[in-house]
Design a protein around this ligand. Structure first.
Ligand code: SF4
Length: 344
């Protein structure tokens, strides 16, 4: 057995995580669910969502038969909602095309919405005991440090090299592939952390290039900065009798299908919007602010106005609803909108 796999398998038995709810099962449904939830999200944030999701959708059939709205509501607050929409789509495909049985081949897994190579590898290794590599963000950090790779891991050539290394360093047999895969994830999350890795507790220390050359602060190399254009939107937090007015966004554009605040061209048009849609000229702007966020290809400045109105009569506008302030937390909102609500 190679040094990395040998060390990790031994280390995991004593020091790995053994009490996470998805570790007690090899059911591909739960492995898939946890893998998708853990993409770009910390374990502690995922835990309550995993519990409530598996309580309500204890099988893939139940998830497939839910509406997208129900799935998004349960996902509310976890962010990156495309993951929830893809989970739902994939559950429907598996129910309809695979009789509800998770496919075990990597090729079939990769063809499903929201399942990339690393997620497919994790499902194959953990649920189906196949000799397949994983390469999520944490694992990239472990390998770039261990092999002393001083380039950004998102670069195509570097990523290709990392996949080769991940494949080459798999255990030779499938006997412990489940433990190895879990150990790699655990090492990235608990020992080889982004800042202040705990090298003195690491089973890979002996041959780790970054440890031996004192490079752990420099590696992983950050993504090179590039110029991003800035877009701007104007939204209204319309407040009436302990309710806010929400608008369901279109299925295209930013935050498709999620609930947000009504959007106007600019704040000069706020009064005409209120007159047209709520038949009122009686309103008070009590706060204005700006929330800045960024996406992969652009930055977004969200200008918002908090407006008190006394009329809650909506003219016949589709996809709008009043929602009690206490229920905002259970609504499928994009996280910047959730943050803006929390400041009002
Ligand atoms: S020795 Fe340190 S830098 Fe190297 S893999 Fe272990 S924790 Fe990461």
């Amino acid at each position: 057995m190679g040094f990395i796999s040998d060390q990790l398998i031994k280390w995991h038995k004593i020091s790995g995580r053994h009490n996470l709810p998805w570790q007690n099962t090899k059911d591909p449904y739960f492995v898939w669910l946890s893998e998708v939830m853990l993409q770009q999200t910390q374990v502690n944030t995922v835990l309550p969502y995993f519990k409530k999701f598996t309580k309500k959708f204890s099988s893939i059939d139940l998830l497939a038969s839910a509406t997208e709205e129900e799935v998004l509501e349960l996902w509310s607050g976890l962010g990156y909602y495309a993951r929830a929409r893809n989970l739902h789509k994939t559950a429907i495909i598996i129910t309809e095309n695979f009789n509800g049985i998770f496919p075990s081949s990597c090729e079939e897994l990769l063809a499903l919405p929201g399942i990339g190579r690393s997620t497919a590898g994790a499902i194959s290794a953990i649920a189906f005991k196949k000799r397949k590599p994983i390469l999520d963000g944490n694992v990239k950090r472990v390998f770039t440090r261990y092999f002393g790779i001083r380039e950004w891991a998102g670069k195509i050539s570097v990523e290709k090299n990392l996949w080769n290394l991940a494949t080459k360093n798999l255990p030779e047999t499938t006997t412990h592939i489940h433990t190895y895969t879990q150990a790699l994830m655990d090492l990235g999350a608990t020992i080889c952390k982004r800042s202040q890795p705990l090298c003195n507790h690491c089973p890979l220390q002996e041959h780790c290039i970054s440890f031996n050359k004192n490079w752990t602060k420099e590696i992983p190399i950050s993504r090179p900065k590039k110029f991003l254009p800035t877009n701007e939107i104007f939204i209204l937090a319309i407040d009436s009798n302990d309710h806010f007015l929400l608008n369901k966004r279109l299925t295209e554009g930013v935050w498709p299908g999620l609930w947000s605040m009504p959007e106007v061209r600019n704040f000069k048009s706020s009064s005409s919007w209120l007159k047209k849609n709520l038949t009122t000229e009686n309103f008070r702007v009590i706060k204005e602010g700006i929330y800045k966020t960024s996406f992969t290809h652009y930055k977004l400045n969200i200008q918002y106005q908090h407006i008190i109105v006394h009329s809650s009569k909506l003219n016949k506008v589709k996809n709008y609803k009043w929602i009690n302030k206490n229920n905002i937390k259970n609504t499928a909102l994009p996280s910047p909108i959730r943050k803006i609500f929390s400041t009002l």
